[in-house]
Ligand binder design. Structure first.
Ligand SMILES: [Ca+2]
Length: 112
């Protein structure tokens, strides 16, 4: 993502990640985690939507931010009952395709 684009949304992204971090700090079940990831992706789409960028640039920006979200907030989690050696690669492999599908669905719903 272009640095000037990131500067425009940095405050909102930081706030969103902090809120997600707070929501996860009490411990989550797997289903709750997926719900949180989905709502985070939806929020990122809304935040990125305001950028003066092309559709392709916006999609790439959301994917970059969801990668960052995984690295900073999801991977450091220790899920109860699920060993990190299983959990981290599983979520890591699934999160980007899920984000890509959700972005396309959201953008189609907006009629853009
Ligand atoms: Ca972990």
């Amino acid at each position: 993502m272009r640095a000037d684009f990131y500067e425009l949304i940095k405050g909102e992204v930081t706030k969103l990640f902090a809120e997600a971090h707070q929501a996860m700090s009490g411990g989550l079940r797997m289903s709750e985690l997926w719900t949180l990831i989905e709502s985070t992706i939806e929020s990122l789409v809304t935040i990125v939507e305001q950028l003066p960028a092309s559709g392709a640039e916006k999609k790439e920006a959301v994917l970059e931010l969801i990668d960052r979200f995984y690295d900073e907030e999801i991977r450091p989690l220790d899920m109860p009952l699920v060993p990190d050696a299983i959990f981290d690669p599983m979520i890591g492999a699934a999160i980007r395709p899920l984000a890509s599908l959700l972005i396309d669905a959201i953008v189609a719903a907006f009629g853009k």
